[in-house]
Design a protein around this ligand. Structure first.
Ligand code: AMP
Ligand code: MG
Length: 467
């Protein structure tokens, strides 16, 4: 067990344009108010020294803390960006030699802050903590939340708000946008250096492969497709699928204006800035493909000297995975309604269900739970569909029914909002209780107040980046 970080910063071996040395601001009254004991354990850190470790890391300047440079397409527009409010403390190796970025989010200005103050509100950090840990508990790949601190400082947003720092953990923070940044840099070999680094760090099994760059692209594509599929399973809308928010590791990154669906609507967007529905629920797979095409553009020249051939190879992978996604989606949806084996009308059955759910504004999470529990009598709109489902189930093989598909609890917007409205920094009991129930999202034993769909007047329709 470690009382100190076990840092080994491989990222700093990359050319200097990829990062800038930074240090967190000094804060008047830092305090750890939430910590993730499971994750502390996974990192083999000593829980007894943890608070001190984090606070000292923020207080004492180091010459090897850094922020990362990157670029990205934001809502389709290419921009130079970078960690404007994040400082990477280092890459921690646990006792199994697994490598994790330990990053502070909201710790003050960096060279990439542009007009921002580099800080974040405590409320937005609590929100990320809850939603990202729920994602992990659904068994979906994501950056994690190790701890949450109050800074003791008031920061100006619409009004003055309590400041917070989230300690974020990821396999790595290399984004599609990091390669885009390399592509527009002066030196041509920056792309190659970053690619080699990414392969070494995230997909080391490819190092000696023949067409390793193409295989790397395929791996990233596969991970991304699987990630989106999982988001669709639990009704998650990311909200800002810009290329700078897409990690090469396939972890979910950037919990800004994201939210989970209450009533089903394929066109749903929560984000106040997504006016054209670019990142709506049903558009997520398409946008992932678009982002992957932007990724491929950064290293086409390394796939084949002949650009036409390189493009063909990339298109082949994208098309293959687009089809694969359709099949995976069908089989995931079949799992959600507890049918197995194949029948030519399965897709129709599922589409009809989704149409009904859309038209009758049925709750995404609870409807699937009711289907699973064969509890459909209360849905007058679904009588006809229910009898079709029962017929279809006759060809099911009993042993193949999948578990842990339909969560019974999700971090619903209106619950988070009400917890944040009543936030009392000295007493996070209610938040901790909610987090506790979210630890077992497939359990049958969750109080109704956490699983009930919001009443019409409780519904939250919009989220804000909340920086
Ligand atoms: P996001 O929408 O969170 O992906 O952020 C887009 C860009 O804005 C990234 O470069 C962030 O680092 C930057 N950013 C977001 N909030 C702040 C802030 N409070 N201060 C400085 N930069 C920020
Ligand atoms: Mg971002």
């Amino acid at each position: 067990m470690y009382n100190q970080w076990n840092f080994e910063n491989s990222y700093l071996n990359l050319p200097k344009i990829f990062y800038s040395q930074t240090n967190p601001d000094k804060f008047p009254n830092l305090k750890v108010i939430l910590k993730n004991e499971n994750l502390i354990q996974k990192l083999n850190l000593n829980n007894n020294f943890f608070d001190k470790l984090i606070i000292n890391s923020i207080k004492n300047d180091q010459n090897n803390f850094f922020s990362q440079a990157y670029a990205g397409h934001q809502f389709g527009q290419f921009t130079i960006l970078g960690d404007g409010r994040a400082t990477l403390l280092g890459e921690h190796l646990n006792s199994k030699k697994e490598r994790y970025d330990i990053q502070l989010k909201g710790s003050g200005k960096t060279p990439y802050s542009r007009n921002g103050d580099g800080k974040g509100t405590l409320k937005s950090m609590v929100r990320e903590y809850i939603i990202s840990e729920a994602m992990n508990n659904f068994n979906i790949s994501t950056t994690r939340s190790l701890a949450l601190l109050k800074t003791g400082e008031k920061i100006l947003r619409n009004s003055f708000e309590e400041g917070g720092i989230l300690v974020r953990v990821a396999k790595s923070h290399i984004r599609v946008g990091t390669l885009q940044f390399a592509m527009i840099s002066n030196k041509k070999d920056n792309v190659e250096k970053l690619l080699e680094y990414s392969i070494q760090r995230l997909y080391p099994e490819l190092i000696n492969e023949k067409e390793k760059y193409l295989k790397f692209f395929e791996k990233v594509t596969e991970n991304q497709i699987n990630l989106i599929l999982e988001w669709q399973r639990v009704g998650f809308i990311h909200g800002v699928m810009n290329t700078d928010n897409m990690l090469l590791s396939g972890e979910t990154l950037d919990y800004g204006p994201c939210a989970y669906l209450d009533e089903y609507n394929p066109n749903k967007v929560f984000s106040s800035i997504d006016r054209n529905g670019r990142y709506s629920f049903s558009n997520q797979p398409r946008i992932a493909m678009w982002n992957l095409a932007r990724l491929a553009e950064t290293f086409l020249h390394l796939i084949d000297k002949d650009q036409k051939i390189a493009i063909k190879k990339i298109e082949h992978i994208l098309n293959k995975h687009e089809n694969k996604y359709k099949n995976l989606w069908l089989s995931m949806m079949k799992d959600k309604i507890d049918i197995n084996q194949n029948h030519e009308k399965d897709i129709e059955l599922i589409k009809e269900l989704l149409d009904l759910m859309h038209v009758y504004k049925l709750d995404y999470t609870n409807t699937f739970i009711d289907i699973q529990k064969n509890n459909l009598d209360k849905y007058s709109s679904m009588k006809n569909w229910h009898s079709k489902l029962q017929d279809r189930k006759k060809i099911n093989k009993k042993s193949n029914i999948k578990k842990n598909i339909n969560p019974s609890i999700i971090p619903r917007n209106h619950i988070i909002e009400s917890l944040l409205n009543d936030l009392d920094i000295e007493n996070l009991k209610n938040i901790k209780t909610f987090i506790k129930y979210l630890e077992k999202p497939y359990s049958d034993n969750i109080p109704e107040k956490y699983t009930k769909a919001p009443e019409v007047e409780e519904r939250v329709h919009q989220t804000f980046c909340g920086t």
